[in-house]
Design a protein around this ligand. Structure first.
Ligand SMILES: *Cc1c(COP(=O)(O)O)cnc(C)c1O
Length: 359
């Protein structure tokens, strides 16, 4: 599924290329395993957020270029250089520090310049960016491979801020033409922009959530046929009948209205199944949806199945499809009062990942 999603996005954005974003354990899908898929697909590079994520990829033998998108501390720079990880230079000072470390180590650092065009997170402001671009031409131990910006609201119905950001980015990029210097690889588009702003594709796009087959928000049209790659599955571990009038779980918030069959599942907020979904979430058993009743515990949840049957060992779908029942990540995000990104990145490492036909 990830491979198909990659191909769908790549065909849509061509001639721009696709750099999948694998931060936060590849949006919960498993950093190293997903990186291996991406490597086989011939992607030009991988994007992550932190140095530690890049180091983990190198430790596991991933050779692709890895761009660390986040801010860096001076003390981290030598490790970027030792492991051939690409740095984000978000200010003149940081760029100089990279140049100095590279000189001292006798290496050439590969960097992407980060321009803030209206997100106010990291990066040099578009109105002073010329200083960073100028400085980069003078660094002798730095190769500026790319230059990028990030949209604050490319997945909103109103794209005016995103359009303004793109205009500002183009203004900054004029620097290269004016000096007749080759322009580095330009990139801006996240998943929202891939779906809504074709003129933002430039040389490289950076899909995160869309690569995993999920829309960035309910407000953007599902214009690309990507498919949800992840299912979250557990099994029934306990069956009982709860007598009418008896409460279930911590706080006794749910009381059986009649004698009700209830099964227990070994999953809870300690796995990333958000406690805030108590009283709202549903799961699929035998192709049918049933409610989670009572509070979600750290390691267990209870499901009321009425008069239906379920047996120990029966497969239960928390996310994904089972027969006619589908539980989407968007629906779960609604129950938890959050966005799809957070649902995926919350499924923690206690939950074993199983990979099926990903290429
Ligand atoms: C997380 C991130 C992305 C991917 O965002 P999605 O909305 O998941 O596509 C792209 N670029 C940067 C700089 C990011 O931090």
């Amino acid at each position: 599924m990830l491979a198909e999603n990659y191909r769908v996005i790549a065909a849509h954005v061509a001639p721009a290329r696709v750099m999948p974003i694998l931060k936060a354990n590849a949006y919960g899908h498993g950093l190293v395993d997903v990186a291996r898929v991406v490597e086989r697909l011939g992607a030009p590079a991988i994007g992550v957020a932190y140095l530690e994520e890049g180091l983990r990829l190198r430790q596991h033998g991933i050779r692709l270029p890895v761009l660390v998108l986040g801010g860096i501390l001076g003390s981290q720079i030598p490790r970027f250089l030792e492991h051939d990880l690409t740095l984000t230079a978000s200010s003149v000072d940081k760029l100089r520090a990279v140049d100095e470390h590279a000189a001292a180590l006798g290496r050439t650092a590969t960097v992407h310049l980060k321009v803030d065009t209206g997100m106010e997170r990291i990066g040099i402001h578009w109105y002073t960016a010329e200083k960073l671009l100028e400085a980069s031409l003078r660094c002798r131990h730095v190769r500026v491979e790319g230059i990028f910006t990030h949209f604050a609201s490319a997945d909103a119905p109103d794209l005016s801020h995103a359009r303004l950001q793109l205009e500002r980015f183009h203004e900054v990029l004029r620097f290269y033409e004016q000096r007749s210097v080759p322009t580095p690889l330009r990139h801006a588009a996240n998943s929202g922009a891939i779906l809504t702003m074709p003129d933002s594709y430039l040389d490289l796009v950076r899909p995160g959530i869309l690569f995993y087959g999920v829309r960035p928000s309910a407000e953007v049209p599902a214009t690309l046929p990507v498919r949800q790659a992840l299912s979250w599955i557990t099994r029934v571990v306990f069956f009982k009948v709860v007598k009418a009038g008896n409460p279930v779980s911590y706080g006794c918030t749910w009381v059986a209205p009649a004698d009700t069959r209830v099964v227990t599942l070994p999953v809870g907020y300690g796995d990333g199944y958000a406690r805030a979904m108590s009283g709202r979430a549903e799961v699929a058993i035998g192709g049918k949806r049933y409610p989670v009743v009572g509070r979600i515990c750290m390691d267990q949840i209870m499901i009321a199945i009425g008069r239906d049957s379920a047996y120990n060992g029966d497969e239960v779908v928390l996310l994904g499809r089972q027969g006619d029942a589908t539980i989407s990540i968007e629906e779960m995000a609604g129950w938890a009062g959050t966005i799809t990104h957070e649902i995926l990145t919350s499924i923690n490492t206690r939950v074993p990942r199983v990979y099926r036909g990903t290429t």
